[in-house]
Design a protein around this ligand. Structure first.
Ligand code: OAD
Ligand code: ZN
Length: 245
């Protein structure tokens, strides 16, 4: 893949870099994206049937089962060269913020430190009544666990369809986007709000927008550089060109 020289220079010299990632970056680790169909027993469901507060109220058991499988899978796979390249980018740039829509925790396992998880983390659980209990999954398990403080149902600490994002994290993400010199949108279909607005906020404030994806998205017509390819191939090359020439 050819990466334009001026982009390499820009990445090398930018003080404030922000990256927004989506399910595409974890695809090369073996995790499915949201556009892939569910398989086996789950083929009859759409993610929208399982990842909503309504689904959890009606049938917490099946929602737990779905998340237990996804959590096990996320813990079993390894970060790939795309995740590692972003951790390396953070080490080499002056100020770097990684905003992710992924709940798999792979960025942190790859060594990224300044990570804003917009949609939560699959390894944590919380009280469904929001009484304040939020903890690692290992601490509270079972097929339909109850909150030790208030007795309400315990649920995965992820954002479901129709729910608000964690407001403090979203605010930090918006601020980072507005203050960025370069904004990278990586492996995301750029469809789901409010994450999809972040590159637009960056652009309005003068940032250069770069997209890395296997296909064009609604964001593509607005970007300054579109790098067509796998995140696990494009990002290591970009980091190598910018800092390890
Ligand atoms: P999607 O599944 O919507 O999109 C994945 C994107 O990654 C697509 O644009 C693919 O073309 C691209 N892609 C796939 N493999 C890739 C690779 N190896 N390298 C680069 N790009 C690749 O996932 P998201 O955009 O993350 O929200 O979805 C956003 C949100 O929608 C999710 O966080 C989830 C879902 O509803 C919630 O659960 C709240
Ligand atoms: Zn509680």
């Amino acid at each position: 893949m050819h990466i334009p020289k001026d982009l390499v220079e820009l990445i090398h010299s930018s003080a404030r870099i922000v990256a927004l990632t989506g399910a595409g970056i974890s695809q090369e680790s073996g995790l499915r994206t949201f556009r892939d169909k569910l398989d086996g027993l789950w083929a009859q469901y759409k993610p929208e049937d399982l990842a909503t507060p309504g689904a959890f109220n009606r049938n917490p058991g099946i929602v737990w089962e779905f998340y237990n499988i996804r959590r096990l899978k996320a813990c079993e796979v390894e970060p790939n060269p795309g995740h590692l390249a972003l951790a390396e980018m953070e080490k080499n740039s002056e100020r770097f913020v990684l905003i992710t829509q992924n709940v798999d925790g792979l960025h942190t396992r790859a060594g990224s430190r300044n990570v804003l998880e917009l949609h939560g983390n699959i390894t944590r659980v919380k009280c469904s009544r929001n009484c304040g209990i939020i903890t690692e999954w290992e601490e509270i398990s079972g097929s339909s666990p109850a909150c030790p403080k208030c007795g309400a149902k315990i649920r995965p600490d992820v954002v479901w369809f129709g729910e608000m994002l964690p407001q403090g994290i979203l605010k930090s993400a918006m601020q980072a986007a507005r203050e960025s010199d370069v904004f990278l949108s990586i492996g995301t279909s750029a469809l789901v709000q409010p994450a999809a607005s972040l590159p637009l906020m960056a652009k309005q404030n003068g940032a250069v927008i770069v997209e890395v994806n296997l296909e064009e998205t609604p964001l593509t017509p607005l970007v300054d550089y579109f790098l067509l390819g796998k995140a696990g191939e494009v990002l290591p090359e970009l980091v190598r060109a910018a800092w390890f020439r």
